[in-house]
Design a binder for this molecule. Sequence first.
Ligand SMILES: [Zn+2]
Length: 152
Amino acid sequence: MKCPFCKKPQQTRVVDSRTIKEGRSVRRRRECLKCKERFTTYEELELLRLTVIKRDGTREEYNREKVESGLRRALKKRPVSEEQIEQLIAQIEYDIQSKEKREMKSRTIGKIIMNHLRDVDDVAFIRFASVYKSVGSADSFRKVIQDVMRDE
Ligand SMILES: [Zn+2]
Protein backbone atom coordinates (compact mmCIF):
# COMPACT_ATOMS: atom_id res chain seq x y z
CA MET A 1 0.00 0.00 0.00
CA LYS A 2 1.41 3.36 -1.04
CA CYS A 3 1.26 5.98 1.67
CA PRO A 4 0.12 9.36 0.24
CA PHE A 5 2.34 11.16 2.74
CA CYS A 6 5.61 9.22 2.46
CA LYS A 7 4.82 8.52 -1.23
CA LYS A 8 6.37 5.11 -0.88
CA PRO A 9 4.92 1.67 -0.36
CA GLN A 10 4.58 1.27 3.38
CA GLN A 11 3.00 -1.13 5.79
CA THR A 12 -0.33 0.13 7.05
CA ARG A 13 -2.66 -0.76 9.85
CA VAL A 14 -6.41 -0.73 9.28
CA VAL A 15 -8.01 1.40 11.98
CA ASP A 16 -11.56 1.24 10.67
CA SER A 17 -13.38 -0.41 7.80
CA ARG A 18 -16.96 -0.24 6.58
CA THR A 19 -18.66 -2.00 3.75
CA ILE A 20 -20.53 0.57 1.68
CA LYS A 21 -22.59 0.94 -1.52
CA GLU A 22 -24.84 -2.05 -0.89
CA GLY A 23 -21.93 -4.29 -0.09
CA ARG A 24 -20.02 -3.44 -3.24
CA SER A 25 -17.01 -1.70 -1.79
CA VAL A 26 -15.20 -1.17 1.45
CA ARG A 27 -13.94 2.08 2.89
CA ARG A 28 -10.83 1.59 4.98
CA ARG A 29 -9.20 4.05 7.30
CA ARG A 30 -5.48 3.23 7.34
CA GLU A 31 -2.53 4.35 9.35
CA CYS A 32 0.96 4.34 7.86
CA LEU A 33 3.21 2.40 10.22
CA LYS A 34 6.14 4.62 9.31
CA CYS A 35 4.92 8.22 9.44
CA LYS A 36 1.71 7.49 11.44
CA GLU A 37 -0.39 9.61 9.06
CA ARG A 38 -3.90 8.35 8.40
CA PHE A 39 -5.65 8.11 5.07
CA THR A 40 -8.74 6.54 3.53
CA THR A 41 -8.94 3.98 0.76
CA TYR A 42 -11.96 2.75 -1.21
CA GLU A 43 -11.65 -0.78 -2.45
CA GLU A 44 -14.00 -2.72 -4.66
CA LEU A 45 -15.18 -6.04 -3.28
CA GLU A 46 -15.64 -9.20 -5.17
CA LEU A 47 -19.36 -9.59 -5.08
CA LEU A 48 -20.82 -12.75 -3.67
CA ARG A 49 -23.76 -13.60 -5.92
CA LEU A 50 -26.40 -15.35 -3.92
CA THR A 51 -30.13 -15.23 -3.36
CA VAL A 52 -31.15 -15.37 0.26
CA ILE A 53 -34.43 -17.06 1.14
CA LYS A 54 -35.77 -15.36 4.20
CA ARG A 55 -37.75 -16.93 6.98
CA ASP A 56 -41.06 -15.74 5.50
CA GLY A 57 -40.16 -17.24 2.13
CA THR A 58 -39.34 -14.00 0.34
CA ARG A 59 -36.07 -13.70 -1.54
CA GLU A 60 -33.47 -10.99 -1.64
CA GLU A 61 -29.95 -10.53 -2.91
CA TYR A 62 -27.16 -11.36 -0.51
CA ASN A 63 -25.84 -8.17 1.05
CA ARG A 64 -22.48 -8.03 2.76
CA GLU A 65 -23.42 -4.86 4.63
CA LYS A 66 -26.15 -6.72 6.47
CA VAL A 67 -23.84 -9.52 7.55
CA GLU A 68 -21.26 -6.99 8.65
CA SER A 69 -23.68 -4.89 10.68
CA GLY A 70 -24.99 -8.00 12.43
CA LEU A 71 -21.43 -9.01 13.27
CA ARG A 72 -20.52 -5.55 14.49
CA ARG A 73 -23.54 -5.46 16.76
CA ALA A 74 -22.54 -8.79 18.26
CA LEU A 75 -18.88 -7.77 18.57
CA LYS A 76 -19.54 -4.34 20.06
CA LYS A 77 -16.96 -3.49 22.74
CA ARG A 78 -15.36 -6.92 22.39
CA PRO A 79 -11.57 -7.22 22.09
CA VAL A 80 -11.37 -7.78 18.34
CA SER A 81 -9.44 -5.78 15.76
CA GLU A 82 -10.67 -4.44 12.42
CA GLU A 83 -8.43 -7.04 10.76
CA GLN A 84 -10.17 -9.81 12.68
CA ILE A 85 -13.61 -8.55 11.65
CA GLU A 86 -12.56 -8.38 8.01
CA GLN A 87 -11.07 -11.83 8.17
CA LEU A 88 -14.23 -13.14 9.78
CA ILE A 89 -16.40 -11.78 6.96
CA ALA A 90 -13.99 -13.19 4.37
CA GLN A 91 -14.16 -16.64 5.98
CA ILE A 92 -17.95 -16.55 6.16
CA GLU A 93 -18.20 -15.59 2.48
CA TYR A 94 -15.67 -18.24 1.53
CA ASP A 95 -17.76 -20.84 3.33
CA ILE A 96 -20.96 -19.70 1.63
CA GLN A 97 -19.23 -19.76 -1.75
CA SER A 98 -17.75 -23.21 -1.25
CA LYS A 99 -21.25 -24.66 -0.96
CA GLU A 100 -21.82 -23.66 -4.60
CA LYS A 101 -25.44 -22.76 -4.14
CA ARG A 102 -27.31 -20.03 -5.96
CA GLU A 103 -29.90 -19.77 -3.25
CA MET A 104 -29.48 -20.20 0.47
CA LYS A 105 -31.80 -19.97 3.44
CA SER A 106 -31.06 -17.11 5.81
CA ARG A 107 -31.07 -19.74 8.55
CA THR A 108 -28.19 -21.59 6.88
CA ILE A 109 -26.22 -18.36 6.53
CA GLY A 110 -26.94 -17.62 10.20
CA LYS A 111 -25.46 -20.97 11.16
CA ILE A 112 -22.34 -20.36 9.10
CA ILE A 113 -21.92 -16.97 10.77
CA MET A 114 -22.38 -18.49 14.22
CA ASN A 115 -19.85 -21.22 13.50
CA HIS A 116 -17.18 -18.67 12.70
CA LEU A 117 -18.17 -16.22 15.40
CA ARG A 118 -17.84 -18.91 18.03
CA ASP A 119 -14.16 -19.32 17.09
CA VAL A 120 -13.53 -15.61 17.53
CA ASP A 121 -15.49 -14.59 20.61
CA ASP A 122 -17.85 -16.53 22.91
CA VAL A 123 -19.77 -13.49 24.10
CA ALA A 124 -20.38 -12.26 20.56
CA PHE A 125 -21.48 -15.74 19.59
CA ILE A 126 -24.13 -15.85 22.29
CA ARG A 127 -25.27 -12.31 21.48
CA PHE A 128 -25.60 -13.11 17.80
CA ALA A 129 -27.39 -16.37 18.48
CA SER A 130 -29.91 -14.69 20.77
CA VAL A 131 -30.71 -11.93 18.26
CA TYR A 132 -30.83 -14.42 15.44
CA LYS A 133 -33.31 -16.59 17.31
CA SER A 134 -35.37 -13.71 18.68
CA VAL A 135 -38.42 -14.72 16.67
CA GLY A 136 -38.35 -18.26 18.04
CA SER A 137 -38.98 -19.73 21.45
CA ALA A 138 -36.41 -20.32 24.18
CA ASP A 139 -36.54 -23.98 23.22
CA SER A 140 -35.63 -23.40 19.60
CA PHE A 141 -32.88 -21.03 20.72
CA ARG A 142 -31.39 -23.78 22.85
CA LYS A 143 -31.69 -26.17 19.96
CA VAL A 144 -29.78 -23.87 17.62
CA ILE A 145 -26.98 -23.49 20.16
CA GLN A 146 -26.84 -27.28 20.48
CA ASP A 147 -26.88 -27.71 16.71
CA VAL A 148 -24.01 -25.31 16.29
CA MET A 149 -22.05 -26.94 19.07
CA ARG A 150 -22.59 -30.37 17.59
CA ASP A 151 -21.66 -29.93 13.94
CA GLU A 152 -17.96 -29.21 14.42
ZN1 LIG B 1 3.60 7.30 5.54
